[in-house]
Design a protein around this ligand. Structure first.
Ligand code: ZN
Length: 427
C-alpha cells in the first residue's frame, strides 16, 4: 500500500500511477490490455494543471529552486473530491430520541415536525457538525443539504447551517437548499419573502416538496416561473412515492422547456417513474432529456420508505429509472438523503454507501468507470453539464482507493485523501 505521509503542500506535486475512471479521461486516452493507462497528475500551488498518460512527458517546466514532490499511487483507483448531492443536516442523528414510529414517508414527516420543537442552536450545530466531519472523512468536498421550511420566514436551522458553511469552507463547499412545502409558493407575497432570504444567503438554492399529498399546479407553476425570471437554479423533492398518477416530474419538464429555463433543476427521488406504465415513464424521460434537469436517486431512503407497510415485505424498490435516464444522457446523481432520522434509522454520510446500494438494487454495470460520476459530477448540480469533464483546473483534491480495483469497487472502503495536493493522514 502506498504511503502519503511524505507528501506536503509544496509548490508542485506529481502524482503518478493513478487509475482514473473512463468518464474522466479525454477521448483517445491510450489503453493497455483493454484498460486505461495510468495517469500522471500534476498539481501546482494546489490546483491540477495537467493530466496525461504515463510514459508521456508531463507538460510544464520546473523553475530551479521550486519544490517538487512525487507520489506513485501504483495503480490505485482515483476520483476527484466526492459530491454529496442530497443530505438533511437539520434532521440527521435524531432517530434515537423519536421513539417507535409507523413505517412510510408521511409518518416520518409528522415525527420530524414533532421533533423540530427540540431544535436549538446547539442541538442543530452539534448534529450538523458531526455529519460534516463524517462526510469530510469520507472524501466529500461538496455537500448539498436540504433544510425544512414550514413558514415564509427562514427556520433557525437555516442560519445555523449557513454559518457552518462559512466555518467549514476550507474543508468542503456546503450549500443550503430551502425545502419549502409547495403551498407556500401559492401566495406571491410568501414566495417573495422566501426568495429574498435565499438571495441573502451565500451559495443557497431554492427548493420545494412536490408530492400528490400537496398537489398544486398553480403553486408549482408559480415556483418555476419565479425561478426562471430570477435566473435561479432549483433543487426539488419530486414524486417521492409509488403512485402511478404522480405528475410532478412531467409537469416540471414540460414547463422548464416552455419557459426556456436557464438554470438547472435538480429533481430528487422521482420514484413514481418506477410505478408508471413503461411507455409513459420513458416518454416522460424523453421530455426530461430536453430540459435542464438532473435526477438524483436516493436508494437508501427509497428502499426504506417506499412500499412500506407494517408486517409486509415490500415488493417494489422505489428506485427511479437510473439506466433509462443515463441512456438519454440525463445527468443522474446518487445521494445519501436521510441518515439516522425519522425517514431512515440507519446510514452514514459516505456517498460510497449510497452508491454501493444503488449498484446492487439497480444492478448497475461498471460502477467505477461509469457510475462513479453519480457521486462526483459537481457540474451536474448547477449550470450546464460539461461535455468533457476533466481534473485540470480543479483543486488538487483526490480520493484514492489503494486496496480496490475497477472490477470490485466500491466494495472496499479504505481510502486516502489528497487535498490541494497535500496528503492528509490516513484515517
Ligand atoms: Zn431528501
Amino acid at each position: 500500500m502506498p504511503t502519503y505521509s511524505n507528501l506536503s503542500a509544496s509548490a508542485r506535486q506529481i502524482v503518478s500511477g493513478a487509475r482514473l475512471p473512463a468518464w474522466l479521461l479525454p477521448f483517445g486516452w491510450p489503453t493497455e490490455h483493454g484498460l486505461p493507462v495510468h495517469a500522471v497528475i500534476q498539481i501546482d500551488n494546489g490546483h491540477v494543471t495537467s493530466v496525461g498518460p504515463a510514459g508521456q512527458q508531463t507538460p510544464g517546466t520546473v523553475a530551479s529552486g521550486d519544490a517538487v514532490e512525487a507520489l506513485d499511487l501504483a495503480g490505485a483507483l482515483v476520483l476527484p473530491g466526492l459530491l454529496e448531492a442530497h443530505a438533511h443536516l437539520d434532521k440527521t442523528y435524531t432517530r434515537s430520541r423519536l421513539g417507535p414510529l409507523q413505517p412510510g414517508l408521511l409518518s416520518a414527516i409528522e415525527a420530524t415536525r414533532r421533533d423540530s420543537r427540540l431544535y436549538t442552536r446547539e442541538d442543530l450545530r452539534g448534529r450538523a457538525e458531526r455529519a460534516l466531519e463524517a462526510a469530510a472523512q469520507a472524501g466529500v468536498t461538496h455537500l448539498r443539504t436540504h433544510i425544512d421550511w414550514t413558514n415564509p420566514e427562514a427556520p433557525l436551522a437555516w442560519s445555523v447551517i449557513a454559518d457552518l458553511a462559512l466555518v467549514w469552507r476550507q474543508h468542503l463547499r456546503l450549500q443550503c437548499i430551502a425545502l419549502v412545502p409547495l403551498p407556500l409558493f401559492k401566495s406571491r407575497l410568501d414566495a417573495q419573502t422566501i426568495v429574498r432570504q435565499i438571495e441573502a444567503t451565500p451559495d443557497a438554492v431554492l427548493g420545494g416538496f412536490i408530492h400528490t399529498s400537496n398537489e398544486d399546479p398553480v403553486a408549482l407553476d408559480h415556483l418555476l416561473t419565479l425561478a426562471a425570471d430570477a435566473g435561479f437554479d432549483l433543487d426539488l423533492h419530486v414524486d417521492e412515492e409509488l403512485s402511478p398518477r404522480a405528475g410532478g416530474l412531467e409537469f416540471i419538464a414540460r414547463r422548464a422547456t416552455e419557459l426556456a429555463f436557464s438554470g438547472r433543476i435538480v429533481c430528487s427521488h422521482v420514484c413514481a417513474l418506477a410505478a408508471k406504465p413503461e411507455n409513459e415513464a420513458l416518454a416522460i424521460l424523453d421530455k426530461v432529456a430536453r430540459a435542464p434537469i438532473t435526477l438524483v436517486a436516493l436508494p437508501i431512503t427509497n428502499l426504506m420508505l417506499q412500499d412500506a407497510v407494517a408486517g409486509r415485505t415490500p415488493r417494489y424498490r422505489g428506485l427511479t429509472l437510473l439506466k433509462e435516464a443515463r441512456m438519454r444522457d440525463i445527468p443522474v446523481l446518487i445521494g445519501s438523503d436521510n441518515v439516522q432520522d425519522a425517514f431512515c434509522p440507519i446510514g452514514t454520510h459516505d456517498p460510497l454507501d449510497a452508491l454501493r446500494l444503488a449498484v446492487i438494487a439497480g444492478q448497475l454495470d461498471n460502477p467505477f468507470d461509469v457510475w462513479s460520476q453519480a457521486i462526483c459530477r459537481t457540474d451536474w448540480v448547477s449550470g450546464t453539464p460539461l461535455p468533457n469533464p476533466t481534473l485540470v483546473g480543479l483543486p488538487g483534491d483526490l480520493t484514492v482507493f489503494p486496496d480496490s480495483d475497477a472490477y470490485v469497487w466500491p466494495s472496499a472502503e479504505a481510502r486516502r485523501l489528497i487535498r490541494g495536493g497535500a496528503a492528509l493522514p490516513a484515517f
